[in-house]
Ligand binder design. Structure first.
Ligand SMILES: [Mg+2]
Length: 347
């Protein structure tokens, strides 16, 4: 009997799994002690809960802070002038850059998060030396950002460190780094450095293009090669055939898992949108693919070629990802935008 799990005569399942009154629970506990049996409920309660996979975002210093003055010094006068300037100003607080509001909102998700919510971590990847990077850490501390992990590579590429950190998203001002990350299967986008945009809400709002971002670029390829009419016919005929996954599918999955741990509705801390140039009837394949993947996007905008910028402003995107530079140019006038150099539009 000792160590066994036996059917309990008092409760509905196994010994000790009492969905009963206190008195009967006590009786059951006495029986457990007397018999030395274990209770399945206790076993379940003691089993270690699987630790949710964290959401990890890697970001460069130029995306996080406004470093454009020192960067132009580097471009015009070289590394030594840049290093001297950085050391001289290392106690100055850096102004927030283009991705600062996004990072602040991501890290704020850890405050009061439900216990089963994945932890959010932001990693700093910098081509500075650790010596010149001291000012960047000072500013991180000043702004109260909980960023503790960083690499300083003294000019060497930073992207090889993305995978060991387990990051699902990489944001950088350097297009070569972004291409390196994408080629190694990490969602990555180039963001043009600028001062931080105005924050309009506490909710984190992320918008994605569909083809060649969330999905593969087969649709984009088809419409370029054979025209819009052939593309529309092709998509209508294959409406029930799921699209392939694009470079941002993994990040969208991770974001969805995080979102699912929080309450839904108006109070939800994250809101997502698909903002695509597709329109009916090419919408159906998109909707069915997301259903197949069991990923929910809160809003879906089928714009049929209308400029995306005003719609992204109306959505209030903290960041928008698109593979088309034409769409990025429109988006950038309204919100922070990350170019995804992937697929036929970038080959
Ligand atoms: Mg696209």
């Amino acid at each position: 009997m000792r160590g066994a799990q036996i059917h309990c005569p008092q409760c509905v399942a196994f010994l000790g799994m009492c969905r009963l009154s206190i008195g009967r629970v006590v009786a059951c506990r006495r029986m457990l002690v007397a018999t030395g049996a274990t209770c399945l409920r206790d076993t379940v309660a003691m089993a270690p809960h699987p630790v949710p996979v964290p959401l990890i975002v890697a970001i460069t210093a130029r995306a996080l802070f406004d470093l454009e003055h020192s960067h132009s010094l580097f471009e015009s006068e070289g590394i030594q002038a840049y290093a001297d300037h950085q050391r001289l100003r290392e106690d100055d607080v850096l102004e927030p850059g283009i991705a600062f509001p996004l990072v602040r909102k991501l890290l704020a998700l850890n405050d009061n998060a439900p216990p089963d919510a994945p932890h959010v971590e932001v990693i700093l990847l910098s081509r500075n030396s650790s010596d010149t990077g001291l000012g960047i850490f000072n500013s991180i501390h000043h702004h109260g950002l909980a960023i503790t992990r960083a690499t300083f590579t003294s000019g060497a590429p930073t992207w090889p460190y993305i995978k060991p950190f387990g990051a699902q998203l990489f944001l950088s001002a350097n297009a070569d780094s972004v291409r390196g990350a994408l080629e190694h299967g990490v969602a990555a986008a180039t963001i043009l450095p600028a001062k931080a945009p105005q924050q309009r809400s506490r909710q984190l709002r992320i918008a994605f293009d569909g083809d060649a971002v969330i999905f593969g670029d087969e649709g984009e390829r088809m419409s370029r090669q054979d025209g819009l009419e052939a593309f529309t016919r092709h998509e209508r005929e294959r409406a029930r055939e799921p699209l392939s996954g694009g470079p941002f599918k993994g990040f969208l999955d991770a974001l969805h898992r995080l979102q699912a741990a929080f309450p839904a509705g108006e109070a939800a801390p994250i809101r997502t949108a698909l903002v695509t140039a597709r329109s009916a009837p090419a919408h159906e394949r998109v909707i069915r693919t997301l259903r197949e993947w069991e990923v929910r996007l809160d809003e879906a905008l089928f714009l049929g070629g209308r400029a995306k910028g005003p719609f992204l402003e109306a959505f209030g995107a903290d960041i928008f990802f698109d593979d088309s530079l034409h769409n990025i140019d429109s988006a950038r006038q309204h919100v922070a935008a990350g170019h995804v150099p992937h697929g036929v539009a970038n080959s």
